[in-house]
Design a protein around this ligand. Sequence first.
Ligand SMILES: C[S@@+](CC[C@H](N)C(=O)[O-])C[C@H]1O[C@@H](n2cnc3c(N)ncnc32)[C@H](O)[C@@H]1O
Length: 269
Amino acid sequence: MLISMDAEELATRWRERLDSWAIPAEIMAKAPVDPWGHHPARFATRTDRALAEPDDGPTATHLIEALDEGATLLDVGAGTGAASLPLHDRFSMLYAVDTSAAMLDELTLRADKLGVPLTTIEGRWPDVAEQVPVADVVVCAHVIYNVPDLADFLRALNAHARRRVVIELPHRHPMSWMAPLWQHFHNVDRPVRPVAEDCVALAAALGYPVRVEEREAPLDRFNSLEDLADSVCQRACLDPARSAEVGATALELGMWPLPRERWTTIWWD
Ligand SMILES: C[S@@+](CC[C@H](N)C(=O)[O-])C[C@H]1O[C@@H](n2cnc3c(N)ncnc32)[C@H](O)[C@@H]1O
């Protein structure tokens, strides 16, 4: 039986599913560092790689299609600019929104070197949306799994795009791959949903003529088993001194080398 749900129901489901990723309080209480924190340096490396070897995947392709001469681009959850800066010769102005000043500083450094006209807006989307001009094209890459109020977030993206919105997100929650290690170290099952299709369904229910493309991620998530183990210590609230043990466990569980993720691009005009 086909069950069709309205946007409100889908938004509620999205929020509930995202909430189910909350780390159990007794584990969180022992976390040596913020398990959800992002490292600007790590994202800066990602941006530098994207600048050195521009990606020709669906996200870049559908952005370029819509970036006519003189177009402006708004990057929401811009981080250090991995999704927007590599297209710097395709737009006349970049607006970058992010909650993290440290990320925006790294982005500004790179934009200055490239001579890219840039306006940064520090704050949470859509709370700061009113301070942000409408742009020809809006991009939002690898942010959606941070967003509990997805309907409002998508509406504000749509309202800020004259021509096109392009969203990129991993097909599964970006921490999904760690599930066997959560089971091993904490005896905790991690959730499976939400997945990218849940975002697609909500955007469609909001009335946007969504199109979707999926592909293998262009980059490995980690350069080494040590990087993987350090990241697991942070994300799974383990003492960093256990990094070697985490690496050995990942090997035993057949998790290294880690298969590349699938990334989903969603776009509409
Ligand atoms: C995983 S990073 C992705 C950065 C960049 N878009 C990329 O593809 O490399 C997510 C970024 O979104 C920012 N972010 C998360 N939720 C946000 C929100 N509601 N409004 C603005 N920025 C947000 C974070 O600070 C972080 O810089």
